[in-house]
Design a protein around this ligand. Sequence first.
Ligand SMILES: Nc1nc2c(c(=O)[nH]1)N(C=O)[C@@H](CNc1ccc(C(=O)N[C@@H](CCC(=O)O)C(=O)O)cc1)CN2
Ligand SMILES: Nc1nc2c(ncn2[C@@H]2O[C@H](COP(=O)(O)OP(=O)(O)OP(=O)(O)O)[C@@H](O)[C@H]2O)c(=O)[nH]1
Ligand SMILES: [Mg+2]
Length: 452
Amino acid sequence: MENTDTIAALATPSGESAIALIRVTGALCEKIAMEAFTLAKSPAPRHASYGSYRDLSGEILDDVVYILFRGPKSYTGEDVLEVSCHGNPLIATRLLEDLLARGCRQSDPGEFTRRAFLNGRMDLTQAEAVMELIQARSDRAIRVANKQLRGNFGRQLDELKMRLLATVATIEAYIDFPDEDLPPEQKKAEIEAIRSVLAFCGRIIDSGKYAAFLRDGVKTLILGEPNAGKSSLLNCLLGFERAIVSDEPGTTRDFIRERIMLDGYCIQVMDTAGLREAANGIEQQGIRKTVELTEEADLFLLVIDGTLPAPTLPEEVSRQITADNCILVQNKADLGALQPLPSPLDGLRRVTMSALSGTGLESLKSAAVEMIDAHLAQDQDDLILVNARHSAALKELSECLESAIRNFEAGEPAEFVASELRGAVEAIGRVLGRIDNEDMLDVLFSSFCIGK
Ligand SMILES: Nc1nc2c(c(=O)[nH]1)N(C=O)[C@@H](CNc1ccc(C(=O)N[C@@H](CCC(=O)O)C(=O)O)cc1)CN2
Ligand SMILES: Nc1nc2c(ncn2[C@@H]2O[C@H](COP(=O)(O)OP(=O)(O)OP(=O)(O)O)[C@@H](O)[C@H]2O)c(=O)[nH]1
Ligand SMILES: [Mg+2]
């Protein structure tokens, strides 16, 4: 086996805490446990024991709880020793130093999970899900990462692989009989089968957009004329006074970004400079930035002062707005009679509210969640946290499949089509982690925390 050395790391954040956990994995675990806890025989596997940890000089460092997992029934698939000490960073550091003195090496980032992967405990999509889970910023992101950690994506890819291999088998069965061709009916069915794999692949690639929502939050831009109450709305959504509010038009110049949670979604809300033509100098720069931001926004909250005639939006902005991605917030409803809406604004979903008093805020929140559910989020059940590595491999896979379909239809030799499909099967294998490239693993696992 390539990983024979024993590695150790603090698995909990450094700093004062109730308990700190140090994890060790590799061949030395059992020996270390017996020596540090002065045991006559090996501790029962997967059994929590209380004991005094003595360093190499025999001094007691702390009274701890420890567990020895015997490989392969452990997180990494090798022997694992976990030591929970009192959560003083000085104690944890001394324990770790003693483990190093006993022959362990400080682990690299992600090295425990890398070993779990290399020892066949999980495929690469599951290893990636571990990191997604740790970094998830919303309940929904956690739910999706958890599914992926349980092997959801891997199973879907396996299914695609089986379907392609079935087609390869059918095609190859005819290679041995040069005088016989695949019957046209069957050829059609096989091409259909490849097409359905291709479509599935396309859906996974497309869901990358939603994966980005889960990772970074739905990018939501608060837009509108100066003084409409955009900054008041931001403050109202956040529940604290984040942005400066004043009755002077042109108050907000630089955009302000904050995160909120709405029904398990992470929302990245941005308050922007009010749009108007008369502006100059710094305000004009702020407006240019607002227009730039509209290009990458997922959702718009268009705020208007409901008591004034509705504004006309700059063309670059109105181009980005549709009934599927924009909520019209008719603000200042507390001031009484609201002006009628001109077209095309009357086609937008509308919420009447007062950012000053908070009336209508709940309707705005539910309208936003409904819009995300209906138009932005898709296929939530089978969702995958698509990353750049997956997209690249899936695009390669799609190209193999497209080319196989083309050549199959053009009547190219069966061997040729079959070999292209085998190429596609290999591309699936690469997503799962059957890879020939250590460097790629280095890059992937280096983004993990130490001790994970
Ligand atoms: N103390 C502790 N808590 C932890 C972890 C850990 O490593 N240690 N984990 C680390 O991320 C997560 C849990 N993941 C784990 C995954 C597999 C095994 C394990 O021992 N698997 C064995 C036995 C399975 C069984 O008994 O059903 C196996 O798969 O063979 C342990 C933890 C979160 N909490
Ligand atoms: N009555 C009433 N006043 C409001 C409401 N919302 C905002 N205002 C007032 O409208 C003025 C402008 O509010 P802001 O939130 O600063 O407006 P803005 O859209 O951010 O303005 P700029 O940053 O200049 O583009 C302030 O005096 C607010 O107190 C509301 O719902 N009702
Ligand atoms: Mg403002």
